[in-house]
Ligand binder design. Structure first.
Ligand code: SF4
Length: 451
């Protein structure tokens, strides 16, 4: 508990390095296009696609996502039109023989789209891309307002994985966060997903929400375990009212749990999940022992991208839809964050880039280092050095020398050949990664707390 208190500081989640706050609007657009061209010289590198579907009917007051709140159903068809056009603008820039190994539908609420629009989007994607036979195709599901037809439509499109927003099963918490989701609704969604052949079902919970107590959250975790999900993510509620003003209501009503209570929720959740046989993959992710994430964690082949942990390595990411992020070896691009700006760019026939970042060679090296810290049990200097073509211990001697306090606190163990992250260190991976982040002192610092 003392440790969690000590290391509960604002920090990035390192779904990328450098992190998104470093992306800039004045990035060299011609250089970004050159990066796309370089990324598509041959067909060898697989593709990972992300499609952002921003609509939600009502706002959950804790929400930190990029959403468009609307009950106007025509928005779905209009938006799919824009996505189809964006695919048409982007596809000619890509090598036609590249294979898609990963596709993720995120939001917002992907199931805001009526089944017919889901099918139309699927046809557009299939007509533009070749999918690997074992492609991992996942969708974020909101059990509220879900129908069997939605589940079937995403399954027919090829989805084999789903993650469900549960957050908290306690009715009092659900009222306080403006997200009413009775347990039978979640049970029904899971039953539909299993019956229609989704291979993996993951549940998302959030701790630190208003009205939650250590005991109430323990019940939520137990009820979630009762659904026997393949994976669970236990996210920390990110209180950032300066970015998400709707969150101010929790302060006005004085409903947020104390730091003490929040720490208790986290440790209790980790204990309950471990006792139920789940493997702690890293940070906030847990998986069944046979799950491919757990196996990759064991074998040191885990990776991390904007969707979190994954087993699919080395793919370039192409994002579609407002606010989505794309990534090649040497660049990041983020689409326009406002729907009207995104639509205007698409209608003008251009890539809807709002900001971006070009990585230097040093950025790329540090990215490897940071991602290894986020994904692997052991950072092996020789192995990493062979990949990067440098002497890791000598090049990053200053940063490595700062690990002493983390070692003293039992988060890692250093030796001459590298360092190993301990089970205790799993919760603190981003604290360790921060020691190698060259940008922490530069630019805006609007990160949520690590716990
Ligand atoms: S459903 Fe998800 S994306 Fe939509 S408002 Fe709620 S938390 Fe945000």
């Amino acid at each position: 508990m003392e440790l969690i208190r000590k290391y509960n500081v604002p920090g990035p989640r390192y779904t990328s390095y450098p992190t998104a706050p470093q992306f800039a609007a004045d990035v060299d657009r011609a250089a970004l296009l050159a990066e796309i061209a370089a990324d598509n010289r041959d067909a060898a590198t697989p593709l990972s696609l992300y499609v952002h579907l921003p609509f939600c009917e009502t706002l959950c007051w804790y929400c930190g996502c990029n959403t468009v709140i609307t009950q106007r159903r025509e928005s779905a068809a209009e938006y799919v039109d824009l996505l189809v056009s964006e695919l048409a603008i982007t596809a000619p820039l890509l090598h036609p023989q590249r294979q898609v190994t990963q596709l993720h539908f995120g939001g917002g609420t992907p199931t805001f789209l009526p089944p017919a629009e889901i099918a139309r989007l699927g046809r557009a994607l299939r007509s533009r891309f070749t999918f690997a036979p074992d492609a991992e195709i996942s969708v974020e599901i909101d059990p509220r307002r879900l129908t069997l037809e939605h589940v079937q439509a995403y399954r027919e499109l090829g989805c084999n994985r789903a993650s469900l927003g549960v957050q908290d099963t306690n009715p009092e918490v659900q009222l306080a966060i403006h997200r009413w989701q009775p347990l039978p609704q979640t049970a029904q969604a899971i039953a539909w997903l299993r019956a229609t052949g989704y291979q993996s079902v993951s549940l998302d919970l959030i701790y630190g929400l208003p009205v939650q107590t250590e005991e109430s959250f323990a019940r939520t975790v137990e009820e979630a375990i009762g659904f026997q999900p393949d994976r669970l993510a236990i996210f920390s509620y990110a209180h950032v009212p300066w970015i998400k003003p709707a969150q101010k209501i929790f302060e006005q009503r004085e409903q947020l749990p104390s730091t003490e209570a929040k720490l208790g929720m986290l440790t209790t959740a980790a204990r309950l999940l471990t006792a139920a046989g789940y493997v702690h993959i890293g940070m906030d992710h847990f998986a069944r022992p046979g799950d491919e994430l757990a196996v990759a964690h064991d074998q040191g082949t885990l990776h991390r991208n904007f969707q979190g942990y994954t087993t699919r390595a080395g793919a370039s990411l192409y994002g579609f839809g407002m606010t989505s992020i794309s990534q090649t070896d040497g660049s990041f691009r983020q689409n326009e964050k406002e729907l009207e700006h995104y639509a205007a760019a698409i209608r003008a026939g251009r890539l809807p880039v709002e900001r971006g970042f070009l990585l230097s060679v040093e950025d790329q090296r540090r990215r490897s280092l940071v991602m290894d810290v986020m994904c692997r049990r052991r950072i092996d200097y020789a192995q990493l050095g062979a990949r990067l073509g440098l002497d890791v211990a000598a090049t990053y001697a200053t940063e490595l020398a700062t690990l002493g306090d983390l070692e003293a606190d039992g988060l890692l163990v250093r030796d001459a050949g590298g360092f190993t992250i301990t089970p205790r260190g799993e919760l603190f991976r981003r604290i360790i990664a921060m020691r190698f982040d060259a940008y922490l002192d530069r630019g805006p610092r609007q990160f949520s707390r690590t716990v």
